[in-house]
Design a protein around this ligand. Structure first.
Ligand SMILES: *Cc1c(COP(=O)(O)O)cnc(C)c1O
Length: 338
């Protein structure tokens, strides 16, 4: 990281003082999608390649895990416990990170053990994770049982929240936003698009944008329509952004109106592939040789392409898609993609 971000990092030294596990190969590259830009005939399209963070086939959770697992190690944890769907990218990256740091990893996954492990689930096993299949309990309801069992066996478990989205996880994306500002001219950007689902990416990028006082529109594309504990997802992002700002001793206080969340692309719900995702995965693969995933980036990229095609984005400024990873789950959707 070069001097501008270094300077800002010093100003916000709490971020620097947090214990951190080195997991990613950072900074990730920013590339121009030249062929696709030409085909769509709109503004120049950039892509931040967080699918290339390097750990365990990459993805946005690597950045969150640097801070979360830094904390786990500092607190003397010897095993981590987290939950997700069977094709959770968060769980796969947690399993890879735990392997690297010499921690045991327990994954609490909904549903039954499938006859054949594919995609992320296959990789979880290769990284040596212990997998607990919890049937209809799909949101980590069984974590307390697993934690109790580990304590009785003499372990010191550390629980990681769903999607790694707490203040520490969001710090990974405050840092990511600062990283990007050293790679491109942010003044040239009209809008940034990314998939938003447990809120840590969104909250972190909002704070980085405020620190740097940038003016582009930061648009999260909502992926999952399920609501937790009677809260809208927008409310969750808002609360996490405010909690993270206060954790970093920053005096930003956001309002609902400042959380830009587009919920027009939910389709039939989380993980249900539609023609929109299928088309855009094929479009990017055939024009740029870059893969999107069926659950998150396929949906969010389709939203950006829609916006470009609608002609609403200024032609003289760039747009950026933040690729958050997820590509291994393509291999669990093999029969549905082509
Ligand atoms: C987890 C994930 C997201 C969503 O990020 P959040 O910080 O949880 O909102 C987006 N894309 C991929 C590929 C993911 O795995």
């Amino acid at each position: 990281m070069t001097c501008k971000a270094d300077f800002i990092m010093q100003q916000y030294s709490i971020l620097q003082q947090l214990p951190k596990a080195k997991l990613g190969y950072l900074p990730t590259p920013v590339i121009k999608l030249e062929n696709l830009t030409r085909i769509l005939g709109g503004p120049e399209i950039l892509m931040k390649r967080d699918d290339l963070t390097g750990l365990a086939l990459g993805g946005n959770k690597t950045r969150k895990l640097e801070y979360i697992l830094g904390d786990a190690v500092a607190k003397g944890g010897d095993c981590v416990v987290t939950a997700g769907a069977q094709q959770s990218n968060h769980c796969r990256q947690t399993a890879g990170a735990a392997a690297k740091l010499g921690l045991h990893c327990h994954l609490v996954l909904g549903g039954d053990r499938p006859s054949e492990a594919r995609g992320n689930l296959l990789l979880d096993s290769l990284f040596g994770a212990h997998i607990h299949f919890t049937k209809e309990n799909r949101k980590g309801e069984d974590i307390p049982n697993v934690v109790e069992g580990l304590k009785l066996a003499g372990h010191t478990p550390y629980v990681i929240p769903y999607g790694g989205s707490n203040e520490l996880g969001a710090c990974g994306f405050v840092e990511a936003g600062l990283e990007l500002s050293d790679q491109i001219d942010m003044e040239n950007l009209s809008q940034m698009f990314f998939a938003s689902s447990s809120g840590g990416t969104h909250a972190g990028l909002m704070i980085a944008k405020s620190i740097l006082n940038h003016k582009y529109t930061l648009t999260g594309i909502q992926i999952d329509k399920a609501e937790l504990a009677g809260k809208t997802f927008k409310q969750e992002v808002l609360e996490l952004a405010n909690a993270t700002a206060s954790f970093l001793n920053l005096d930003f206080v956001y309002t609902q109106e400042e959380v830009a969340l587009d919920s027009h692309y939910l389709g039939a719900g989380y993980g249900v592939l539609s023609e929109k995702e299928r088309e855009v995965i094929q479009l990017l693969a055939t024009t740029e040789g870059i893969l999107l995933d069926p659950v998150y980036t396929g949906r969010a990229f389709a939203a950006m392409v829609d916006q470009i095609k609608s002609g609403n984005l200024p032609q003289d400024k760039q747009v950026l898609f933040w690729h958050t990873g997820g590509v291994p789950s393509l291999f669990a959707y093999s029969g549905m993609l082509v």
